[in-house]
Design a protein around this ligand. Structure first.
Ligand code: NAP
Length: 278
């Protein structure tokens, strides 16, 4: 089997676990390849696509802060990534750089693992950044009944969708359908692990809580959800799901089909937790 080279670009990758995660997936799926981590300065972003052609890199993941900026340098972008407005996975195919978004698939896997159903349910999102965009697309595609976004600056938020409301934090209590709360902000991650994005009393009425953060495994928000007996999940399955989907695309096969390979996904999950002591 031909050995393929893959990798990740971002500005600061000190805390990324993507190399170990992809090596784990490739091992489990019998894919022969390497995965490199490439820190790129903003002024060099335009040279990335030429570089991967020269280095014969078959697939690239993209992380903060380049998921939007990279789009202008690609030859093709699929409809899903255009609608989300962000690319996290690039495939080099017949010398063309093609962008897609697999955070979308990762987020679906995360909700599935927590038994959270989307159709006809109301969702509250905290934070209007890049991750929120992929989350919103999933919720819209799967017919959530209502999506409310909570932002520190509702007036400045550029996200605009039909049937979509943006409120400031002090109006969160006005939301009626409290099926699921999703933290799409970095609040609660290292080093500020005692921080919680909303007040205790605003968490209590939700039936489900999702935190896209996976390090620590239990953020303050999820600890409070546990305390109140609320079903909750962190972002590790999302991270694993987006990586598996990227490998599927690069391998041009359903080698790791997210629906049919649940034991394999769980093995990867357990291994990653053990390796990183999450
Ligand atoms: P981002 O674009 O930098 O920011 C997210 C949003 O959070 C911001 O736009 C802002 O929204 C809000 N925010 C930022 N700092 C805040 C603060 N100190 N207090 C309150 N709100 C704040 O980041 P992102 O790419 O969306 O990622 C958000 C989080 O999700 C990160 O922790 C990231 O690691 C995680 N993530 C996880 C996965 C996964 O696979 N599990 C994938 C993607 C992202 P407003 O200005 O509207 O308030």
């Amino acid at each position: 089997m031909k050995k393929n080279n893959f990798g990740l670009i971002g500005k600061t990758l000190d805390h990324s676990i993507s190399d170990v995660l992809h090596q784990e997936i490739m091992k489990e799926a019998g894919i022969k390849g390497s995965y490199g981590m490439f820190e790129v300065e903003p002024e060099n972003l335009e040279k990335v696509i030429a570089s991967i052609r020269v280095l014969n890199i078959a697939g690239l993941n993209v992380t903060i802060p380049y998921k939007q900026d990279i789009m202008r340098y690609l030859d093709e972008i699929d409809q899903k990534a255009i609608e989300i407005g962000a690319v996290n996975t690039i495939t080099l195919k017949e010398n063309k750089a093609i962008g897609t978004n697999t955070d979308y698939d990762g987020f679906k896997l995360c909700l599935d693992k927590a038994g959270i159903s989307i159709s006809k349910n109301g969702f509250t999102l905290l934070g209007a950044g890049g991750a929120a965009k992929a989350v919103i697309k999933v919720l819209q595609d799967e017919q959530a009944s209502k999506i409310t976004l909570i932002s520190r600056n509702p007036d400045k938020t550029k996200l605009e969708y039909p049937d979509f409301e943006i409120l400031p934090y002090d109006e969160i209590h006005e939301i009626k359908d409290k099926y699921c709360l999703i933290n799409c902000t970095p609040v609660g991650t290292y080093p500020n692990i005692e921080e919680c994005p909303i007040k205790k009393e605003d968490i209590k009425k939700y039936s489900n809580v999702v935190d896209l953060i996976y390090n620590p495994q239990k953020t303050k928000l999820l600890k409070l959800a546990d305390e109140y007996g609320i079903n909750n999940i962190n972002g590790l399955y999302m991270l694993i799901g987006q990586a598996i989907k990227a490998q599927e695309i690069w391998a041009s096969k359903q080698a790791l089909d997210l629906d049919d390979k649940k034991p394999l996904i769980d093995n990867i999950y357990e291994d990653i937790i053990l390796k990183f002591n999450l």
